[in-house]
Each structure stands twice: as structure tokens, then as C-alpha cells.
Design a protein around this ligand. Structure first.
Ligand code: APR
Length: 234
């Protein structure tokens, strides 16, 4: 049976699509305070500020197009004879635009979530304070994005994939935010080979067995091409 591959992606894969990362120089967290715009407490305190932050990011993501790194991962998912599971921390939707199927552990900008009943629906371009829920009518709509202090989505499924994969790769993520930063240890524990693809070292680089260093738009297509060349029938 062909190897099962799990790939974790972070903001670095979308940087060359024009979407800023969080912690690189001039990143989002240099311009905004996390506690103001990315916590349940921040939303309770000033929902207009939070909606404004995500409305702007939603508009930017809607304009953005996938780069060769997103396209290469979609190609790998399509052409690899085994299973390729892509888990993303990104909320920008660029993997889907490239044709990939992904697990969104931090939610998605194009989705709205009702705080009152848990219903989800396609987010309008501009969410407003008191956003009405189409299911229960409560004015409790919020961006369907996982904030600090909240549990990431689909963790059971992700853990299962990590424990059964043969190869784990992390692309463009700083290794500063858990639980995603701990995936490499879980995959290592499961006996998987591990590779990090990043512009520079992450906080967990030393745990990976292999490193590919450079911009995602170059190193991800190169890595995917090498994997696909390794398929005996290719
Ligand atoms: N190619 C490859 N890697 C890149 C590129 C690029 N062109 N540009 C930046 N990087 C790398 C950086 O070296 C860094 O390791 O991407 C990483 C970006 O790190 P962060 O800004 O911390 O983004 P990420 O790891 O995705 O953040 C995790 O933190 O605030 C939360 O919820 C948010 O999902 C996010 C989570």
C-alpha cells in the first residue's frame, strides 16, 4: 500500500499570494493586538472592531489567488497513489481554490457561526454586529474562525491521521501555536518520516528529520515533483 502523507500548512504558504503572515516582520500581530481581535473576550468587548478585522481579511482573501505551492499540494493529493491529508491553520480558502480538499483546523473566513445555536452558513462579505443567524434568528453571528483560548476543529480526525501516517510535512508555519506545533512529535511517535518546508527555522525545526529551506512557491513544487517521480509507475 502506498504511503499516507499528512501535510500541515500555515500562513507562510499564502505569503506569496499576497496574504501577510502573523509573526514575520510587519505581520498581522505587529499591527493588531491578539487579545483585541482574536479572542472571545475581544469579541465580547468590541464586536465591531473584530468584524472589521475579519471583514478586511475576508475581502483580501477573496481577491487572492493560489500560488504554485497550493497548486503543487493539490496535484500531490490528486496524483499520489496513497492518501494525502492536508490540514491547514489558514482561513483564506486558497487550498480549495487550487482544487485541494483540506481540513480547516482554525475555521474559514467564508463561514459564519452562530454563537447561540452553533449553526454555520456562508459569511457575507461584510459581517455586522448582531449578525442574524438564519437558523435560530439570534443576532449572534461571529466569524467561524478559532480564536485563542478556543479548541481547534476536527482534532479527533487529525490525531487519527497523524497516528497512521508514513510521512508528515509542515509547510510555512512557525511552530509557535499549539496543538499544531506538536503534530511533528505525534507523527514522529507514530514512526513517520518528517520534513519541514519553510523560509527559515521554526520553533520546532530540530524535531524534523529533513529540512527544505526557501520560498514555498519554489520548494513545495520541487518537493512534490520529487515525491511523484518516486512513484514506480510514473
Ligand atoms: N515560504 C515559506 N515559508 C514562509 C514564507 C514563504 N514565502 N513566508 C513566511 N514563511 C514562514 C515563516 O518563516 C514562518 O515560519 O511562515 C511562517 C509563518 O508563521 P506565522 O506568522 O506564525 O503563521 P502560522 O504558523 O501559520 O501561525 C499559526 O497562529 O495567530 C495564529 O491562528 C493563527 O493560524 C495561525 C497560527
Amino acid at each position: 500500500m502506498a504511503d499516507k502523507i499528512v501535510i500541515l500548512t500555515g500562513a507562510g504558504i499564502s505569503a506569496e499570494s499576497g496574504l501577510g503572515t502573523f509573526r514575520d516582520e510587519g505581520g498581522l500581530w505587529a499591527k493588531h493586538r491578539i487579545q483585541d481581535v482574536a479572542t472571545p473576550e475581544g469579541f465580547a468587548h468590541d464586536p465591531a472592531l473584530v468584524h472589521g478585522f475579519y471583514n478586511a481579511r475576508r475581502a483580501q482573501a477573496a481577491e487572492a489567488t493560489p500560488n504554485p505551492a497550493h497548486e503543487a499540494l493539490a496535484r500531490l493529493q490528486r496524483d499520489w497513489p496513497g492518501e494525502v491529508v492536508i490540514v491547514t491553520q489558514n482561513v483564506d480558502g486558497l487550498h480549495e481554490k487550487a482544487g485541494a480538499e483540506v481540513i480547516h483546523m482554525h475555521g474559514a473566513l467564508d463561514s459564519a457561526l452562530c454563537h447561540a445555536c452553533g449553526h454555520r452558513w456562508p459569511a457575507p462579505p461584510e459581517m455586522v454586529v448582531g449578525e442574524p443567524c438564519p437558523a435560530c434568528g439570534a443576532g449572534a453571528g461571529r466569524p467561524d474562525v478559532v480564536w485563542f483560548g478556543e479548541m481547534p476543529y476536527h482534532m479527533d480526525r487529525i490525531e487519527e491521521h497523524l497516528l497512521t501516517c508514513d510521512l508528515f510535512a509542515a509547510v510555512g508555519t512557525s511552530g509557535k501555536v499549539y496543538p499544531a506545533a506538536g503534530f511533528v512529535e505525534e507523527a514522529t511517535f507514530a514512526g513517520a518520516r518528517t520534513v519541514e518546508l519553510n523560509l527559515s527555522d521554526s520553533d520546532v525545526s530540530r524535531i524534523f528529520q529533513e529540512h527544505r529551506v526557501g520560498p514555498a512557491s519554489r520548494i513545495v513544487p520541487e518537493w512534490v515533483a520529487a515525491l511523484l517521480r518516486g512513484i514506480p509507475s510514473c
